[in-house]
Design a protein around this ligand. Structure first.
Ligand code: MN
Length: 271
């Protein structure tokens, strides 16, 4: 890892009037999984008394994103669904700011997509300065160092030149490339018997190094689909967001809320 310095981290200072913020990640929204979308939309449409002052989406909001033109393309069968997602976010953003950090599924969401959804983009990682503390926010995939195949893939697809080339291809071609990549990823998961416990996890030394360099004590991330809290030594910890799957047994749809009382997990569906 490169030498750490506090200014290598993007930061966001919460306005003084914020009292509570909420974090979600890994909803993997897709047209074929309507129940998860419905719970998410109901969450966005809550009446004011229950709402926080900001919503942070820490990646993999969408199962796949092959370019912002999916919101316009008539040829795309999923177009209506993506537009519904964007409209729901746009409506919510009229009263509550929404911050979006890309995950490994939706890193191609660009400026036009952010605007359509009423979201402000965050780089990964970002330090949130809130309640007199610094909170390090990340999707988490960049810290799963043991998955070297994925780290190579990530380095490739995050290059601007790769993205320009990919986005220049016809939508149908991008959609089928994305499908192939997801099938390869699913096959890798099957190799590990579908057990998330065998998938690469966030590297403890890397997480500690980032926290210390950022002057933060808590890392909040998603990606691994292993919700929990891990002490990393020296008072450092990482808190892992839950993925969402309302069709699963037990159903999963959870928000992490942060206010003066600390971090609290809020389940939106009965398990
Ligand atoms: Mn992910």
């Amino acid at each position: 890892m490169s030498a750490a310095s506090p200014d290598r981290f993007a930061s966001l200072r919460a306005p003084a009037h914020w009292q509570a913020v909420e974090f979600i990640s890994d909803l993997h929204l897709q047209a074929g999984e309507r129940p998860t979308f419905d719970v998410w939309r109901a969450f966005l449409q809550r009446p004011a008394p229950g709402r926080a002052d900001a919503l942070f989406i820490l990646g993999d909001l969408f199962e796949v994103w092959v370019g912002d033109d999916v919101l316009q393309a008539q040829a795309s069968t999923d177009q209506a669904f993506w537009r519904e997602c964007a409209q729901s976010l746009q409506d919510f953003s009229r009263h509550t700011p929404v911050f979006f950090m890309a995950g490994n599924r939706d890193f191609l969401l660009g400026a036009a997509g952010l605007k359509a959804c009423g979201m402000q983009g965050l780089v990964d990682p970002t330090v949130l300065d809130f309640l007199g503390q610094r909170w390090l926010l990340s999707h988490g995939d960049a810290l799963c160092l043991a998955d070297t195949d994925y780290m190579d893939f990530r380095a490739q697809v995050r290059q601007p030149a790769w993205q320009r080339d990919f986005l220049a291809r016809p939508l149908g071609e991008r959609t089928s490339i994305a499908r192939q990549l997801r099938e390869q990823s699913e096959a890798r998961k099957r190799d590990t018997a579908g057990d998330p416990g065998l998938w690469a996890d966030v590297d403890t030394a890397a997480a500690r190094a980032d926290l210390q360099a950022a002057g933060a004590r808590t890392l909040i991330h998603g990606h691994t689909h292993r919700p929990g809290e891990h002490a990393l030594g020296d008072g450092l910890r990482r808190v892992v967001l839950s993925d969402w799957d309302v069709g699963a047994k037990p159903a999963r749809a959870e928000v992490l809320r942060l206010d003066a009382r600390g971090l609290q997990r809020v389940a939106l569906v009965a398990a």
